[in-house]
Design a protein around this ligand. Structure first.
Ligand SMILES: NC(=O)c1ccc[n+]([C@@H]2O[C@H](COP(=O)([O-])OP(=O)(O)OC[C@H]3O[C@@H](n4cnc5c(N)ncnc54)[C@H](O)[C@@H]3O)[C@@H](O)[C@H]2O)c1
Length: 257
C-alpha cells in the first residue's frame, strides 16, 4: 500500500473540520488508528460515518488553547493506544478580514491564541510522548499565508508565519530524539474557511472573490481537503523518514508564481 501507516496511532486536532476530517479518513484508510479531537460541540457525525469502525476511532473534545483540557486529550489517547506516532497539529481559525488600521484587536489576539498558542501547546504536550517512544512525526498546519502576505488577513498571516517558526524550533530541538517536525502550507482549499475569507473580503460577492483567487493560481482552481491529506499522509509515513524541519506547499503552484 502507498505510504502504509498500518498500526500507527494518529492524533488529529480540528478533526471535525474540512482538512482534519479528510486527513483522518485517509490515514485510517492507510491503516492508522485515529484519536480525533475538536472543540466542544463540534459535529463529529461525518467523521464517525467516514470511520465507522469504533475500534479505530477515538473522539475527544477539547479547546486547543486550554492546556489542561488538551493535556487530558493527549493522556486519554496514550492511555488507550499506548503512544502517538503521528500528530497532525491542525486546529486553526481564519479570524476577521480587515485592513490593519481597522483590524479588531481582540480578533487579532484570538487568532494568535488558537493558531499559535494552540500549536505550541500541541507540541508541548505531544513531544514528551514521542520522545519516550523514540519516534514520531508531527505535521503542523501552516498555510501559504505562512510564506507570503495577504491583504486583510494580518492576524492569520502572522499566526501562520509563527507556525513555521515553531516547526523549525521543534525540528532542530527534537530531531536527535527521532521526532520529525514539518509543516504544510496549503493554498486556498474548497472549504468553509475559504468561503468565510471570501465573504469577509467582499461581503455578498464571495463567488467573484473565489473565481478571482482561483484565476491567480497556476492550476486555475482551489485544492481539495483530500489533496492536503495526501501530503500529510506522506509526511507521516516512514517514506518521509529523513524529512524534518521542512515547509511543504500544496497550492497548485500559487507560491511559485
Ligand atoms: N481551508 C483552507 O483553504 C486552508 C488553507 C491553508 C491552511 N489551512 C489551515 O488548515 C487547518 C484546517 O483548516 P480547515 O479548512 O479544515 O478549517 P475548518 O474550519 O473546517 O476546521 C478547523 C477546525 O478547527 C477547530 N477549532 C477551531 N478552534 C479550535 C480550538 N480553539 N480548539 C479546538 N479546535 C478548534 C474547528 O472547530 C474546526 O473543526 C487550519 O489550521 C487552517 O488555518 C486551511
Amino acid at each position: 500500500m502507498t505510504h502504509s501507516l498500518t498500526g500507527k496511532i494518529a492524533l488529529i486536532t480540528g478533526a471535525a473540520g474540512a482538512i482534519g476530517m479528510a486527513t483522518a479518513r485517509l490515514l485510517a484508510e492507510r491503516g492508522a488508528i485515529i484519536a480525533a479531537t475538536d472543540i466542544e460541540g463540534a459535529d463529529f457525525g461525518p467523521l464517525r460515518s467516514a470511520i465507522p469502525d469504533a475500534g479505530r476511532l477515538l473522539v475527544l473534545e477539547a479547546d486547543v488553547t486550554d492546556e489542561s483540557g488538551f493535556a487530558a486529550v493527549v493522556a486519554t489517547a496514550v492511555e488507550k493506544f499506548s503512544t502517538i506516532d503521528i500528530f497532525f497539529n491542525n486546529a486553526g481559525i481564519e479570524g476577521p478580514v480587515a485592513p490593519i488600521p481597522d483590524f479588531p484587536t481582540d480578533g487579532f489576539r484570538k487568532v494568535m491564541e488558537v493558531n499559535v498558542t494552540g500549536i505550541f501547546l500541541g507540541l508541548k504536550l505531544v513531544i514528551p510522548v514521542m520522545a519516550k517512544a523514540g519516534r514520531g512525526s508531527i505535521i503542523n498546519a501552516s498555510s501559504v499565508a505562512g510564506l507570503t502576505g495577504s491583504p486583510g488577513l494580518c492576524a492569520y498571516v502572522a499566526s501562520k508565519h509563527a507556525v513555521l517558526g515553531l516547526t523549525r524550533a521543534a525540528a532542530v530541538e527534537w530531531g536527535a530524539k527521532g521526532i520529525r517536525v514539518n509543516c504544510i502550507n496549503p493554498g486556498p482549499i474548497e472549504s468553509r474557511m475559504m468561503a468565510s475569507i471570501e465573504e469577509g473580503a467582499s461581503p455578498g460577492a464571495a463567488a467573484a472573490v473565489h473565481d478571482g483567487f482561483a484565476a491567480t493560481i497556476p492550476m486555475k482552481r482551489y485544492g481539495t481537503p483530500t489533496e492536503v491529506a495526501g501530503l500529510v499522509a506522506f509526511l507521516a509515513s516512514d517514506d518521509a523518514g529523513y524529512i524534518n524541519g521542512g515547509a511543504y506547499t500544496v497550492d497548485g503552484g500559487m507560491t511559485a508564481a
